[in-house]
Write a protein that binds this ligand. Structure first.
Ligand code: BGC
Length: 716
């Protein structure tokens, strides 16, 4: 491979090399001639087979016939939409993440897409940031497991990945998209970088640099991130693309006076490809000829791109058949998978009086709320080629299921999508009063979530609260289904409404999946991948925080607390109820004294103590109570989703290699210190303490010795 790469490189002119570094989007200002002139090493947003095939034919007119790579944001589906990534994370299941990614990839690959700008590996503790919807939430372990699963799934389905946005993008100040981020290096290594490292280990073909400045140095010109950590410490040998016009934005960041300087800083820091900036193509020839950028730097970037194209087999692949159309999806098979995935992502937040599942005696249901019948909104942001016409809405899902049981459905939206106008409120109250059960579907219209959707208020927008209060006041049992890209501030509603289900944006088959759970055909098993805050003023909020010298004490205001709100979350990280109940018994630590190379093994009997089949996510947390740096109160270290029949008990074993029980110093050194480790096992981050293990020797690993051993098990 390296010989082939170097042979090809040896034949290239400087302009041809720089052409490989240029990533151009479909749509204005695309000049199709750029492709035949060898100025487009990569293309994005070509999402029809006819356009891909046309570009491939043009690329074959170039002297060296190097195929372009076709990229697209395929995050949670192409035509069929699976739940948005934050929801998918709530399944707490690498199997489910792999499955959804694989199918998303298969559909996109069918029409010629080869590369996805996913997975988003940005950890976030701040729901004000709209893009939290694209990730996995607040936990580095969950994030690492799921990011790896997504990379594998996409690859399995035929797409190379770009892990994004490297790095720190999920922690912008004030939750404002594109704002600056300050994260100390040790915190980067411990919290924000592990999911990216997992992407390298899983064999991600590429990375995307983030828009944000990190500690004053924009990620797109950050040699520490792009070269020291990614290449030298982790051994990544794929390529890095900028984000959309990210190199141009170095001018906005105030670290380059003109395009030439921006291009120079980006390539010297380690950005190989310029997405929609045109700065490499316009300025790098001059920068190289004047000696400001060594040609060897350009060569190395070209090598990374050619190597990736060869690994993917792009030189050998036949062109895409222009007759292919995405309208063959959703197929019966993709609908089935989408429904299965969505079912696993629903989180039952509370269920007082067992309002859910729909009881035997219920003869009529009022379905209220604009999001009950919102085929576009349920797809969520970044829905690639998703068509709202393909969606089965929550209302339709409930209607179908209710019909089979002879239950009447009274539908009353109560208000418009943004709930500004409540002309329909009285009709909704009437529908509620004349029904046995109310299913209210409210939340966040899709336009309020995703990129460039930072919010300072996370209460339900418009007059939704007023509508929900009116429904509660009818005295009828109410179940609230929330469709949203992040937790919402529920305030009094959590007291007023007995049963609440978080459904995220559940995708094309969202309606049937929600109905499956509401009617008890599926037992909810999702768990929160982030802490559900009480008020927006608590943000950023996360469970794995450091202890305080003044731990919270009731009746002592000079301890860690707010004077106007509880310090606790409304629902903790890892939380989610079931229609059955589970018990953890007889937890035991296999070997309480652990040396380097050992594994902490915790076994526990997990019992289904209720009357229905169910799945529980068993979670293991640890704490290092005394260390040279203050360590988090709890950290998730292992989890397993287990299916149990009523009355069944399974003994499960959760495993944590000792080398995952440490922490980093600012220089990247990894330290596992001798001493006690407290262990907690249970069904949420409030799991009970089950004992202690002792690490008997201190392990110190220098940064360059923690290289990610890269797996390329399949296609790539
Ligand atoms: C986003 C990226 C995305 C890119 C291409 C940017 O605005 O930040 O996440 O991959 O556009 O669509």
């Amino acid at each position: 491979m390296e010989r082939r790469v170097n042979e090809l490189l040896g034949q290239m002119t400087l302009e041809e090399k720089i052409g490989q570094l240029n990533l151009i989007s479909h749509g204005p200002p695309l000049r199709w001639e750029d492709i035949s002139e060898g100025k487009a090493g990569a293309l994005l947003n070509f999402n029809s087979a006819a356009d891909v095939a046309r570009a491939q034919a043009l690329a074959r007119q170039t002297r060296l016939k190097i195929p372009p790579i076709f990229g697209l944001d395929v995050l949670h589906g192409f035509r069929t939409q699976y739940p948005i990534p934050l929801g998918e994370a709530a399944a707490f299941s690498p199997r489910i993440s792999r499955l959804a990614s694989e199918w998303a990839a298969k559909e996109a690959a069918y029409i010629g897409v080869q590369w996805t700008f996913a997975p988003m590996a940005d950890l976030s503790r701040d729901s004000r940031w709209g893009r939290i919807v694209e990730g996995f939430g607040e936990d580095p372990h969950l994030g690492s497991v799921l990011t790896a699963a997504r990379v594998e799934g996409f690859r399995q389905g035929g797409l190379a990945t770009a892990a994004k946005h490297f790095a720190g993008y999920g922690a912008p100040q004030g939750g404002r998209d594109y704002d600056t981020t300050y994260i100390p290096p040790a915190e980067m290594y411990d919290t924000y970088l592990p999911p990216f490292r997992a992407a390298v280990k899983a064999g991600s073909a590429s990375f995307m640099a983030a828009f944000n400045a990190l500690n004053g140095v924009p990620s797109t010109a950050n040699p520490w991130l792009l070269t020291d950590v990614l290449r030298n410490q982790w051994g990544f040998d794929g390529f890095v693309t900028s984000d959309w016009a990210g190199i141009h934005e170095l001018l906005g960041h105030g670290i380059a006076k003109d395009g030439a300087e921006a291009a120079r800083k980006a390539i010297l820091a380690g950005v190989d490809m310029d997405m929609m900036g045109q700065l490499y193509i316009n300025h790098l020839p001059g920068e190289v000829r004047s000696g400001r950028v060594p040609e060897s730097v350009v060569d190395e970037s070209v090598r990374r791109i050619l190597r990736t194209k060869m690994r993917l087999g792009l030189f050998e692949r036949p062109d895409t058949d222009p007759a292919r159309v995405d309208s063959i999806f959703p197929s019966a098979e993709t609908r089935k998978v989408a429904r299965e995935v969505a079912r696993e992502t629903l989180v039952l937040l509370q269920n007082r009086d067992n309002v859910l599942p729909v009881a035997q005696g219920v003869r009529s249901i009022a379905v209220v709320g604009p999001l009950a019948d919102a085929p576009h909104d349920q797809l969520g942001p970044h829905a690639a080629r998703g068509h709202k016409e393909d969606s089965v809405t929550v209302l339709q899902g409930i209607r179908q299921r209710a019909a089979s049981a002879g239950i009447t459905v009274n539908h009353a939206p109560a208000c418009d999508l943004f709930c500004r106008n409540t002309d329909g409120l009285q009709a909704a109250v009437d529908a509620a009063e004349s029904s046995d059960l109310v299913i209210a579907v409210f939340g966040e219209p899709q336009e309020l979530s995703g990129e460039a959707a930072s919010r300072t208020r996370l209460t339900l927008n418009g007059r939704q609260v007023e509508v929900l209060e009116a429904l509660a006041a009818t005295g009828k049992p109410v179940a609230l289904v929330i469709i949203a890209g992040r937790p919402m501030e529920l305030g009094q509603l959590a007291d007023r409404i007995p049963s609440i289900v978080m459904a995220w944006y559940p995708g094309t088959e969202g309606g049937p999946a929600v109905a499956d759970v509401l009617f008890g055909d599926a037992n909810p098993s999702g768990k929160l991948p982030l802490s559900w805050f009480r008020t927006v003023g608590q943000l950023p909020y996360y469970y794995n925080r450091l202890p305080s010298g003044r731990p919270t004490l009731a009746n002592n205001r000079f301890t860690l607390q707010y004077i106007d709100e509880a310090i606790t979350p409304l629902y903790p990280f890892g939380w989610g109820l079931s229609y059955t109940s589970f018990a953890y018994k007889e937890a035991a630590i296999a070997k309480p004294r652990l040396g380097a190379g050992d594994t902490l093994k915790v076994s526990v009997d997990l019992a289904n103590t209720g009357a229905r089949d169910g799945q529980e996510v068993a979670q293991l947390y640890t704490r290092d109570p005394v260390a040279t740096r203050s360590r988090p109160l709890r950290e998730l270290k292992a989890f397993e989703k287990v299916a149990l029949k009523p009355g069944e008990t399974k003994r499960i074993t959760l495993r944590v290699p000792v080398e995952e029980l440490g922490f980093h110093l600012d220089d990247g050194t990894y330290l596992v210190e001798a001493g006690d480790i407290e262990v907690f096992v249970g069904g949420s981050s409030q799991a009970e303490a089950i004992g202690k293990a002792e690490i008997i020797e201190t392990i110190r690993i220098p940064p360059t010795e923690r290289r990610a051993s890269i797996s390329r098990s399949t296609a790539q």
